[in-house]
Design a protein. Structure first.
Length: 397
């Protein structure tokens, strides 16, 4: 580890020097130019991505601040998906299976992870300490995290020591097996028919695609001949109720809602009554990811949880946390806080198709021992898929 960090610091110093030189050259070019950027151009400039470690304090601060503008994640209504799910899926998957699509969507992660391992072992004759140091760097920078990386390297080193692994070309397969073991979290199968109504509480911070994921999950349940009911429990975020209503119309599922600013627990209480009266199969409850009031987010979620249990002692049957895979280690920090705050039974990872940080899936499973239930690999209504550790690992490698 120490050698890797020294090598990393040396690289960063050289990169900083190159950046300074490039910046000076750019300033000289800008000073000689005559054109000025328009206001429209300025608003279209992309800001550099900044990842901050999410702690309990920063989460609470975020909770206490009112939102200044509505979250811009409401999708256009587009096509009506209330009928013909089978035809839609077949049309989108024609010419290629889901595995091929998954492998294609994981391309960025594969380039950052497995392709680098292939280049590392190419032409090597033995597994020595230098090779393991470089492998460590690849694993850490692929968002597997320090803890998971140490575990994987420990398994490799043990096999090398026992002379069970000596050929560098077989190192890739060893890492694949180790990651598959990490992803295969021991958990009971997900059965939405185990109770009626089957209540699912869905949590996560704003911006991870929580409401959109609920809509896609409802569409999936409809394809399985189940009747979902959606609950607009996020009454604090501007446009959240409207967004869920749009999704309800798209998939043909009723939405239980009240006006914005209503008590989320009261909405959930009425929704459970409505679900029982309407004989709903599954109740999907959207929740806030941030508050406008000086109420701690976790305390509000605990209150909702208590209300559900009061109405149905066995519920909620599942508590899913939605995470944005593109946030990398920040997603792991969020998962820790939500697990400690209200407990989790499953994870849903979104936006895996547009990130090189797919390795975070292994880090989360390794540390929290919570199963990944679904992954999002695109914007289509059928791009939310059940998570299969074997399928995912094979697509990654």
């Amino acid at each position: 580890m120490l050698r890797w960090f020294k090598r990393k610091n040396k690289k960063e110093t050289e990169e900083q020097q190159e950046i300074q030189i490039e910046a000076e050259e750019e300033r000289e070019e800008e000073s000689s130019g005559e054109s000025e950027a328009t206001l429209d151009d300025q608003t279209e400039d992309e800001s550099p991505e900044v990842e901050s470690e999410l702690t309990e304090e920063t989460l609470e601060e975020d909770v206490l601040e009112p939102e200044e503008a509505p979250e811009q994640d409401v999708e256009p209504v587009g096509e009506d998906y209330s009928n013909g799910y089978e035809e839609l899926t077949e049309r989108r998957a024609s010419g290629t299976g889901f595995f091929s699509r998954l492998r294609e969507r994981l391309q960025k992660t594969r380039e950052k992870f497995t392709d680098r391992i292939d280049r590392l072992v190419l032409g090597k004759k033995e597994i020595d300490e230098d090779l393991l140091d470089e492998l460590e760097e690849i694993l850490i920078t692929s968002d597997l995290g320090v803890k998971t990386t140490e575990m994987l390297l420990r398994g490799v080193a043990d096999k090398v020591k026992r002379k069970e692994l000596s050929d560098p070309s077989k190192l890739r397969e060893q890492i694949r097996q180790e990651i598959l073991s990490v992803l295969s979290v021991d958990a009971p199968p997900l059965d939405y028919r185990a109770d009626r109504p089957f209540v699912v509480m869905i949590v996560g911070v704003n911006g991870v695609g929580k409401t959109t994921t609920i809509g896609k999950l409802a569409g999936r349940l409809k394809r399985e001949n189940l009747h979902p009911t959606l609950v607009a429990g996020d009454t604090f975020r501007a446009a959240a109720v409207e967004q869920l209503t749009i999704w309800g119309e798209r998939v043909g599922a009723p939405v239980i809602k009240q006006k914005s600013g209503s008590d989320p627990s009261a909405v959930v209480y009425d929704a459970i009554d409505a679900g029982l009266a309407r004989d709903a199969d599954v109740i999907l409850i959207d929740t806030a990811g941030r508050m406008h009031t000086k109420v701690n987010l976790m305390e509000e979620l605990k209150k909702i949880h208590r209300v559900i249990t009061k109405k149905m002692p066995a519920a909620p049957h599942e508590v899913f946390l939605v995470l944005d895979a593109s946030t990398g280690q920040n997603a792991l920090s969020q998962a820790r806080l939500f697990k400690e705050g209200i407990g989790l039974t499953g994870l849903i990872l979104t936006k895996l198709d547009g990130t090189a940080k797919g390795g975070i899936v292994a880090a989360i499973c390794d540390e929290l021992k919570v199963p990944v239930r679904y992954i999002g690999i695109g914007e289509g209504i059928d791009d939310l898929r059940p998570f299969d550790p074997v399928e995912f690992t094979n697509a990654l490698f």
